[in-house]
Design a protein around this ligand. Sequence first.
Ligand code: NDP
Length: 448
Amino acid sequence: MGYVDEVLEKVRTKNAAEPEFLQAVEEVLDSLRPVIDANEELYRKEAILERLTEPDRQVMFRVPWVDDKGQVQVNRGFRVQFNNAIGPYKGGLRLHPSVNLGIIKFLGFEQVFKNSLTSLPIGGGKGGSDFDPKGKSDREIMAFCQSFMTELYKYIGADTDVPAGDIGTGAREIGYMFGQYKRLTNLYEGVLTGKGLTYGGSLARTEATGYGLLYLTEELMKCHGESMEGKTVCVSGAGNVAIYAIQKAQQLGAKPVTCSDSTGWIYDPEGIDVALLKEVKEVKRARLTEYAAARPSAQYHEKKNGEHGVWSIKCDIALPCATQNELDIEDAKMLVANGVKAVCEGANMPTTLDATKYLQANGVWFVGGKAANAGGVATSALEMSQNSERLSWTFEEVDAKLKTIMVNIYHNIDDAAKRYGKEGDYVAGANIAGFEKVVNAMLAQGVC
Ligand code: NDP
C-alpha cells in the first residue's frame, strides 16, 4: 500500500466520528499524491503525513454564562492549534450551534494550507463554540465572550496563537473578547484580529476577502489572455464577501448582475447597485426584497429548492460567495451550458466535489476558496504586522499589499500544478504549494 493510503487508513481509524475532518484530509492528501509519491521514502521515515494530520494541540472547555433571566447556561468551547511550523497559529472563532470538534479540526486543517499560501508567517488553527449568537442581547453576548476568553486566554498570545472572527464572530464579539483578554493579562497586544479601527484594527480588512477574490480572478483572466472589462459576473451571497466582490468587479470594468441571500436572489441586468445593496444589507440588515423594491431594473426571485438561482443566469465568471455546498452538479452543468469561463470561490467550500470535477473536466478555470478567499486571512496577518510595529498603514498601503499577495498566490498555485504535470488544476496546485512550504519548515525543525 502507498504511503498516502496507509496514512488515510490510520486517520480514518483514529477520527472515525469526525466526517468533515476525514473529508478534508482525504481531499487534500488525494491531490497531494504526485508530491508524496515523488518523496515517499523520506516522508514515510519522517512520518510527515501523520504529523500533518494530528493537531499540535486541541483544547475543549466549559463556557458557563448567565442569561438575561438569571439562568446559568453552559456551552462548549474549542481551540485546535493545528500546525505552527511557519508562524503562530492563526484562524477564526466560529460561534454556531453546529460547531463540534470535527468541524473545528476540518477548518483548522484547511487553514494550515490557506495560511501557507498567503506567503505570510502564519500557522493554522481554528476555534469556536456551539453558542448561538442569534437572538441574544448585547449583555448576553458579552457574558458569553468574557467567559469564553476567561479560559481561552491561557492558550493564546500575539506570538503564540492569534484568533480572528468567523461565522457568528464579528467586530462586537472580537471587541468583548479583546477587552477580557486585556483585563486578564494586563497586556495590550495584537492577540486577536478583526478589531475595531480605534483599537488596532486594519483599514481594508472589511473589503479584503472580496477585493482579494477579484485581484486573483483578474490575474487568472489576464494569464488566459482575457480581461475583466465588460465581463458578466454572477455572484451569490449578499454579505461581507459578496458585497466587496461586487464592488471590486465593477471597479475593474466588469458587470456583476446577481446576488442572493438565504431567502431569495436578485437578477439585475443593469448591474448591481452596490450603494443600494450596502444600504439594504449593511445598514438596514433587511431582505433583498427591499433592494428590488427600490430598483426598477431588478428582478427578485424567491429561493426554491431544486432551482438554479443565480447560476441560471448566463455569465462569463461565477463567484460563489455565500455558503458551503451552494453550487452543485446541476448548477455546474447550467453554468457550462451557458459558456462560463471561470469559477472562483469567495466562500469556503461552496462548490460540491462532483460540481468541481465537472467544471474542471469541461475546461472551466476553477480556483477553490483555499487560494481565492485567502485575502481575508492575509489582511489579518497584515493587521498583526501593524500591531507589532504599533503603526497603522493607510488603506492604499494595505490594499496594494493585498493585491500583490493575491497575484502571487495565483502564480504559486499555477506553477505548483505545472511542476507536477497538472497544468490548470488550481485545486491541486493550491494544496501542493501550501504543503511544500509547511513541510520544508517541518523538516528543517526536526522531530516535533
Ligand atoms: P456573511 O454572513 O456576511 O454573508 C453570508 C451571505 O450569504 C448572507 O447574505 C447570507 O444571507 C447568504 N446566505 C447564507 N446562506 C445562504 C444560502 N443558503 N443561499 C444563499 N445565500 C445564503 O458572511 P461572509 O460574507 O463573511 O462569508 C461568506 C462565506 O465566505 C463563508 O463561507 C465564509 O466562511 C467565507 N469567508 C469569509 C471571509 C471573510 O473575511 N468574511 C474570509 C474567507 C472566507 P442572509 O443575509 O439571509 O443571512
